[in-house]
Ligand binder design. Structure first.
Ligand SMILES: [Zn+2]
Ligand SMILES: [Zn+2]
Length: 312
C-alpha cells in the first residue's frame, strides 16, 4: 500500500495559515481559533460600479455590492471541520453569528450568505479549513424563495414551515440521523443529492442570533455527528457545499423563517460525481436515482467517531 506523507499543520506558502502574508499584502495574526478577514479577491465589494449602462430591450440590471470575507476555522492547516472538537465548532457558530449581526446591521446589506465549499471536486484550491461570507445588497434566490414559502405557510397555518418539515421527518423517522433535545439532523424526503442533509435547531430561530448558548452547543454537536459520518462513509474527507440559511437582514418580516444548515455533497459514490445534465440543466427538475431512506440508512450504519481518531 502506498502511503502519502502526512500534511503538516503549518504550510509556509498558505495564505490562510497564521503569521503568513496574504496576496493582498496583509499579514495574518498568530491566531489561535477562528480568524475572519476581508477577502483579498472579493466577489462582491464596496468598489463595485454604482452606475451601470442600461442594457438593450427587456433586459434590466442593478448594481450589486457588499462585503466578502473569509472565515478560517482553525490555525491547523491539516484539520477539517469534521475533525474539530465540538467546542471549536461551537466557536465557529458564534463567529458566524457575530458576522451575521455585524454585517446584517449595515443599512446597505440585505442578506448575509455564509457557506463552505469543501474539496477539490467543488473547486477548492486551498485545503486549509475555511468558509466564506458574501454580505450583499440583494437576497440570494434560494433564500428569497424559502422566505416567501415560509411567510405564506405562516400566514395560512400559523406555524413555521420548517417545523412541519421536522414533524414529518419525526413521524416517518427513517431519515433522521441525529436528534437531541434541541437539535436535529436529517436527510430530507425531498433530497436532491444522494447525501443531502439538513442540520437545524428544533425551536424556530430566524438566525443564529437568537439561539441560546445551549442551543448553539447542541447544534455544534449535531453538525459534528453528521460531518464525522460523512467522512466515515468511505474513509475519506467528504466533499460538500455547506450553506447557512438565515433570514435576510433587509428589515422585512421574517416570522416563520426557521434557520437551518443545508449540506449538499456532490458525490454519489467515492469517485462518482452527480452531474447536472439533461433533466436538471435542460429540464429544470432534479432526478435522484437513490432513495433517501437507503442513503440515510448508510449514514446511520457508520460510526460517529471519526475514522482518524479511531486509530489513535
Ligand atoms: Zn494553511
Ligand atoms: Zn434552506
Amino acid at each position: 500500500m502506498v502511503s502519502t506523507p502526512p500534511v503538516p499543520d503549518y504550510i509556509e506558502s498558505c495564505y490562510f495559515c497564521p503569521r503568513n502574508v496574504r496576496v493582498g499584502g496583509a499579514r495574518n495574526p498568530d491566531y489561535q481559533s477562528v480568524f475572519v478577514f476581508d477577502n483579498d479577491h472579493p466577489c462582491v465589494g464596496p468598489d463595485a460600479p454604482r452606475s451601470l449602462e442600461r442594457p438593450a430591450g427587456i433586459y434590466r440590471n442593478a448594481p450589486a455590492n457588499g462585503v466578502a470575507r473569509v472565515v478560517c476555522y482553525t490555525p491547523k492547516h491539516n484539520a477539517t471541520l469534521a475533525e474539530l472538537p465540538v467546542a471549536a465548532i461551537a466557536d465557529l457558530l458564534r463567529a458566524w453569528r457575530d458576522q451575521y449581526l455585524e454585517l446584517g446591521a449595515r443599512p446597505e446589506i440585505s442578506h448575509v450568505l455564509t457557506f463552505e465549499n469543501k474539496g477539490e471536486v467543488v473547486g477548492v484550491s486551498n485545503p486549509h479549513p475555511h468558509g466564506q461570507i458574501y454580505a450583499t445588497n440583494f437576497v440570494f434566490k434560494t433564500i428569497e424563495t424559502e422566505a416567501a414559502a415560509s411567510r405564506r405557510h405562516h400566514q395560512d397555518h400559523g406555524r413555521a414551515l420548517f417545523r412541519d418539515i421536522i414533524r414529518a421527518e419525526q413521524d416517518d423517522g427513517r431519515r433522521i440521523l441525529f436528534e437531541s433535545e434541541s437539535a436535529i439532523v436529517f436527510l430530507p424526503y425531498f433530497a436532491r443529492y444522494a447525501y443531502e442533509c439538513y442540520v437545524a435547531p428544533k425551536e424556530t430561530h430566524a438566525s443564529l442570533a437568537t439561539m441560546t448558548p445551549d442551543e448553539v452547543d447542541a447544534l455544534a454537536a449535531a453538525l459534528k455527528s453528521l460531518l464525522v459520518r460523512y467522512d466515515n462513509l468511505w474513509q475519506q474527507s467528504f466533499p460538500y457545499v455547506l450553506t447557512l440559511h438565515q433570514a435576510p437582514t433587509d428589515g422585512a418580516d421574517y416570522s416563520g423563517f426557521h434557520f437551518h444548515i443545508e449540506i449538499h455533497p456532490p458525490l454519489r459514490k467515492p469517485h462518482l460525481l452527480k452531474y447536472l445534465a439533461g433533466p436538471e440543466v435542460g429540464g429544470g427538475n432534479f432526478l435522484s436515482d437513490t432513495r433517501p431512506e437507503s442513503k440515510a440508512e448508510e449514514l446511520r450504519a457508520v460510526s460517529d467517531v471519526h475514522y482518524k481518531a479511531q486509530h489513535e
